[in-house]
Design a protein around this ligand. Structure first.
Ligand SMILES: [Zn+2]
Length: 478
């Protein structure tokens, strides 16, 4: 029995593990590499394994860095010397199946548009040859046909000798950790994959499940370590700062722009605004969700309202944001979005992309960054080189669609809305497994070197376990 991390080992993107148990082979996640200099090349490498020889894939959640290479696995057309793609089942929770459809189709559309733009440029400059998209909408659709929904806590054999069970991980709608039982030649081992773990006590979604309370023990635990070296600023303080910004701009009758990821963050922000409005802690103003992808994702909170936490359930909103937040308008067409561009009326606009690199937020920024009193609230991570990062870094002017725009709006960065557990909550997640009489081996993945070393230090102090820090391709034998 052998498990090999094929991504997000020594980095945070491209999550993928190959599990080998006797003759059976399965993958856990098959995510896209993003942002790193070698990302494009690594995405093209397929997975370094033979997709046709895999018995199954298990997907922990719908984020692109966990599911984004699935269509490459499925279409595998022999570019890497391996012909014949993956044709077996992809196991995921029902909400993950629905969210992954939105995310993969969006990703495929972007891949196609990027390739088309690149080819047009080549043609104009007389450069020979054409580039192919990483995958197409048709590839993404074929991938979706392979999905098999599996409810949380239901046990399922997915390949000879390999049984899995999903456990709530509290990260995004449908997200799960996986416990996997491997049986071969009379030996049985249990491996746990954390997937991405959410922070405790955030609104809307349930907290992660303490897996040690449902399984007897584990032999090996893979734990994410994105924020293994620190805790986030308290959510209460962050919401209070957010309230102050909303109140001030409402009194001054100015706009608030919130660039946001379409899945997860946008819904969390709407939930906080609803709480502030409904408790009378801040004046009611119109709220606009201006992202087709976010509006599709928002609809899934109603379909899968059983995943909401007990407080969200107690409000009786059942995942219906328009009921919870009567001031909310969900904009779908470009024409509706343009009307907002031309208006000086107060209101809160939530639009993607999260890092301000594309999508409708770019137009809203172009029309508002130069206006005094407007508030831009940055609620997510901004990669280096992005327009969002320039705003965080205090740029006095920026270029948007080749137009120079002065930055006169107030820029606020709120760092407390993370969907990832900080150090204390990661240790909580590990606690129920690490305190068993038979302690597991622990391997830390999905983190840069600093955070995972810091978390390894805490694990050694607390449970006297020397956590392993595998790099991509380093197999762990059981
Ligand atoms: Zn994630």
């Amino acid at each position: 029995m052998r498990i090999t991390p094929l991504g997000a080992a020594g980095g945070v993107t491209g999550s993928c593990y190959l599990v080998e148990c006797g003759p059976s082979r399965v993958l856990v996640d098959c995510g896209m590499f993003q942002g790193e200099p070698e990302a494009d090349a690594r995405n093209l490498e397929c997975t370094g394994i033979n997709p046709a020889a895999l018995d199954a894939v298990v997907l922990t959640h719908a984020h692109l860095d966990h599911c984004g290479r699935l269509p490459i696995l499925v279409k595998c057309d022999g570019v890497c010397g391996i012909a014949g793609g993956f044709k077996q089942k992809i196991w995921a929770t029902p909400a993950t199946v629905d969210l992954t459809r939105i995310i993969l189709l969006d990703s495929a559309n972007i891949q196609e548009a990027d390739a088309e733009r690149e080819n047009l440029q080549r043609e104009r400059s007389g450069e020979p040859g054409q580039v192919q998209p990483l995958y197409t909408v048709a590839d993404a659709e074929r991938t979706m046909e392979l999905f098999a929904p599996l409810e949380l806590t239901t046990k399922q054999e997915i390949a000879p000798g390999i049984t899995i069970q999903f456990h709530e991980s509290g990260h995004i709608l449908g997200s799960a950790s996986v416990s996997m039982t491997l049986r071969h030649a009379g030996v049985e081992k249990v491996v746990v994959f954390s997937g991405d773990v959410g922070p405790l006590n955030t609104p809307l979604l349930r907290d992660f499940q303490h897996i040690g309370e449902v399984i007897e023990s584990a032999d090996l635990v893979f734990c994410e370590s994105t924020y293994g070296d620190r805790d986030h600023r308290g959510l209460d303080q962050t919401v209070e700062e957010f309230r102050g910004i909303l109140e001030k701009t409402a009194w001054e009758k100015k706009k608030v722009l919130i660039p946001s990821f379409a899945v997860g963050r946008a819904q969390q922000i709407m939930y906080h605004i609803a709480e502030l409005h409904n408790s009378g802690r801040c004046p009611r103003v119109p709220v606009y969700l201006d992202s087709p992808m976010a509006s599709k994702a928002t609809e899934l909170y109603r379909t899968h309202s059983y995943l909401l936490d007990k407080y969200a359930k107690a409000t009786g909103f059942g995942g219906d944001f328009t009921k919870l937040l009567p001031e909310l308008t969900i904009l779908n067409t470009v024409a509706e979005s343009r009307v907002l561009n031309d208006s000086w009326d107060p209101g809160i606009i939530i639009a993607s992309s999260g890092m301000c690199e594309g999508g409708r937020i770019v137009h809203h920024l172009k029309h508002n960054l130069w206006k005094k009193g407007v508030a831009i609230v940055l609620v997510g991570y901004m990669g280096s080189g992005t327009l969002g990062r320039k705003l965080v870094d205090g740029a006095r002017e920026v270029f948007i669609q080749r137009t120079r725009i002065a930055v006169r709006a107030n820029i606020h960065t709120l760092g407390g809305f993370s969907a990832h557990a900080g150090q204390t909550d990661l240790l909580h997640w590990l606690n129920s497994l690490a305190t068993k009489r038979r302690q597991p081996r622990i391997a830390l993945t999905h983190g840069e070197d600093m955070p995972r070393k810091a978390l390894a230090g805490k694990i050694a102090d607390r449970w006297r376990i020397n956590a392993e820090l595998p790099m991509r391709g380093n197999a762990i034998e059981l």
